[in-house]
Design a protein around this ligand. Structure first.
Ligand code: BGC
Length: 723
């Protein structure tokens, strides 16, 4: 693709108003094929003859803009007629919004010195073999639009009553060409539509609509009104314990939506921003808020367009709700970038959260393209010295990386490779992986360990000293354990790629030895978990026994945070404590996965007790109700409870191990997984005094039932074991 178009910006500063760029043209001959190439500094919506081009919401998506800016190609053959109008509306988007709510980001300020801009090229081939190109150039217009404000955190203000007649001039702008790349990730699209589940009047007398599901997206209005009447909405994830609308946990994100009506019937939703919410409060409505008709409001969930691949179901309805919450947590945090949360003044691509959740993510959905794009941004953002940011795209530019966050550089490519079996991701990320490990080697103050530095520790661990977000596990133990794991993954990836990995293999041996010397004892649940899961404990069984003892001593409770939680159940079940792992999974009292379910959660919470037993909130400032990280437990259900385990030597489920572990507290459980080789499913259920296992495999499998191994070809199998 060769760009001949010019970057355009409005001649006059339109302030907060989103510019509408447009051109008109006539076509005399019959069009055989037409492709619109377009991108923007901001987010855009393109329209031809008043119909939306494509389905991509918030295009061109979010990348490390200074190095990579995606453009999109849309087949618009069927949209063109004799006389045509092409329009592109550009909002601030991730490029120019006030991102990182609590920080003055120099990176963002630098981007914002660029004005909003568009680049468009329409390439037309006629049936007679001739071609024509319509380019963004001096002849275009840039006028103010009805979008008076659009911002990622702050929402949208829209005035449908404005009469648009004026044509504004454009200025040619020296925009980026070197950094343009074709669309690499998945498109963000509108997905589910949800009607209002209930209309409430809160104790404060406010009118609130409950959509029954915490989601990421926006609200569509459909109503008949008079010009100048206003619909004004606020968004919230939860109600407080009195039942009042609660927005404090959005922090500085205004998340507003103010719509001024035109005359007659109208349907509209914001196009250039998104919200994380379950409830809306109606602040203003034509005729008064007591006249609200819930049918006027539809919630539209918006997220990356991924194919669903994994399904979990069982006889316990609370667990099923948890599985649904994990799926919704993934949807809501997969808006082009894997984010921590979608609602407060954050919504950032936190690397730690991403590595914690990635295995589950790749089971639930086909995420290969999604992560391939994000990992390319990680490489683009990596420091010369190997530094990996806390968030990608790296808006924070923190002075130092953190263990378990930066390690996303090695863990994520490896998980994508395991899930889909395509070594391309290892090839494209291998340098980044090596540079990350080399960074640690040069930054540490003790060879063989990672000492020094500034880390998040076992973030949100329940064994945290009072007032701290960091669990009690030793930061340097965590950092050293991840140093070992990352180095091991570089060695594995190098082997797949046929690279010389002798230096890293030797380094790995040194780290294991140094770790064993420095940390002969483990003091917390997370320390035990890491020592076993990363194969660092000289006697893993003893460390797993110690872990089981700690869990029991705590009252069959987990105390792990972001770092230990994803592996906790795995370590227990691998060393004979599946029963205890199930006890943690099925526990309903705080702290547990099902506690939030008993409190009515429809997504995964950031804190085990985001809403405490007495109904109070854990805190006002760090309390997301849509944080996918702890949803990582789904991986254990697929791979241990149902027993569908990837085999490293046959990545992408070219072969599979299936070793289900049933538990008496459930009558049945079922998992299915659409792999690149077909659907694997594993189901067990009680039948009298027996467990009946039904297994379908599209590939040769090693099936282990009650300790007995069966090697089988592709097919459907039934086994029994005694309960
Ligand atoms: C985010 C987390 C993130 C953390 C870093 C928080 O503000 O929401 O999920 O990993 O900061 O410690």
């Amino acid at each position: 693709m060769e760009w001949k178009a010019k970057w355009l910006t409005p001649e006059t500063d339109l302030g907060e108003t989103a510019p509408l760029f447009s051109t008109e043209f006539s076509l005399a001959r019959k069009v055989q094929n037409a492709v619109l190439y377009v991108t923007a500094l901001g987010v855009y919506e393109a329209r031809i003859n008043d119909s939306r081009v494509g389905e991509f919401v918030l295009a061109p998506g979010w990348t490390t803009y200074q190095k990579r800016l995606q453009y999109q190609a849309y087949d618009v053959t069927d949209m063109l007629g004799e006389n045509n109008r092409l329009e592109v509306l550009v909002g601030r988007g991730w490029y120019r919004s006030r991102l990182v709510g609590w920080q003055d980001s120099s990176y963002m300020n630098e981007l914002r010195t660029n004005p909003p801009a568009v680049l468009a090229q329409l390439e037309i081939s006629y049936e007679d073999g001739s071609t024509q190109t319509i380019l963004s150039d001096e002849s275009w217009s840039a006028a103010g639009s009805s979008v008076l404000l659009s911002d990622i955190y702050d929402g949208e203000i829209y005035d449908a009553s404005i009469e648009h007649s004026s044509r504004g001039s454009v200025r040619i702008f020296d925009g980026p060409f070197q950094t343009l790349i074709p669309q690499q990730g998945e498109e963000i699209r509108e997905q589910e539509r949800l009607a209002a589940a209930a209309v409430l009047v809160t104790p404060k007398g406010e009118t609130v609509i409950d959509f029954g599901q915490n989601l990421t997206g926006y609200v569509e209005l459909s109503l008949t009104a008079e010009k100048g009447q206003v619909v004004d909405l606020s968004f919230a994830e939860v109600l407080d314990k009195e039942g009042n609308f609660y927005t404090e946990n959005y922090r500085s994100a205004k998340a507003q939506y103010r719509y001024t009506c035109c005359d007659g019937f109208q349907t509209y939703h914001p196009k250039l921003t998104f919200y994380g919410f379950r409830y809306i409060r109606i602040n203003e409505f034509p005729g008064g808020v007591d006249k609200v008709d819930p049918a006027c409001f539809t919630a539209i969930a918006v997220h990356s367009h991924l194919k669903r691949t994994g399904y979990l179901r069982c006889s316990n309805e609370k667990l099923n709700q948890l599985f649904d919450n994990i799926i919704w947590g993934q949807k809501g945090n997969f808006v082009d970038v894997p984010t921590d949360c979608p609602q407060r003044d954050e919504r950032l691509g936190w690397t730690g959260d991403a590595q914690v959740f990635i295995r589950t993510a790749c089971l639930n959905y086909d995420c290969e393209r999604f992560y391939t794009k994000w990992l390319a941004d990680m490489s683009a953002d990596q420091g010369e010295n190997g530094y990996i940011g806390h968030v990608i795209p790296d808006l924070l530019r923190a002075p130092e990386p953190s263990a378990a966050w930066g390690d996303a550089a090695t863990i994520c490519p490896w998980e994508v490779y395991l899930a889909y079996g395509n070594p391309k991701i290892l090839r494209s990320q291998f340098d980044t992986m090596k540079k990350w490990v080399t960074y640690i080697t040069s930054a540490t103050t003790t060879p063989g360990l990672w000492t020094g530095g500034a880390h998040y520790g076992d973030w949100l661990g329940l064994d945290a000293p009072s007032g701290s977000y960091k669990g009690s596990s030793r930061e340097e133990l965590i950092a050293s354990a991840f140093y070992a794991y990352s180095t091991a993954l570089v060695v594995k990836a190098g082997k797949v790629l046929g690279e010389d990995i002798s230096t890293f293999a030797k380094l790995y041996e040194e780290i294991v030895a140094a770790f064993r010397g420095a940390y002969p004892v483990y003091k917390t649940q997370t320390e035990c978990v890491l020592a076993v899961h990363f194969a660092l404990a000289p006697d893993p069984k003893a460390a797993a026994d110690q872990l089981a003892g700690m869990v029991r001593k705590a009252g069959v409770q987990l105390e792990t945070g972001f770092v230990g939680t994803p592996y906790l159940l795995h370590v227990l079940s691998r060393y004979g404590y599946a029963d205890l792992a199930y006890s943690l999974l099925l526990r309903e009292e705080y702290p547990s996965w099902l506690y939030s379910v008993t409190k009515g959660a429809t997504t995964i919470w950031e804190h085990w007790d985001g809403i405490m037993e007495n109904g109070d909130f854990w805190s006002a400032d760090m309390n997301s109700f849509n944080h996918y990280a702890y949803g990582a437990v789904a991986d254990w259900v697929y791979s241990v409870a149902a027993g569908i385990t990837p085999v490293e030597e046959y990545p992408g489920y070219e072969r599979v191990r299936i070793a289900p572990i049933p538990d008496q507290r459930l009558d049945w459980l079922e998992a299915s997984l659409d792999t690149r080789h077909g659907r694997i499913s594993s189901r067990w259920k009680k039948e009298g005094a027996l467990w009946k296992y039904s297994i379908d495999t599209p590939v040769p499998a090693e099936i282990t039932i009650s300790g007995k191994l069966h090697r089988v070809d592709a097919g459907s199998y039934v086994f029994y074991s005694e309960i």
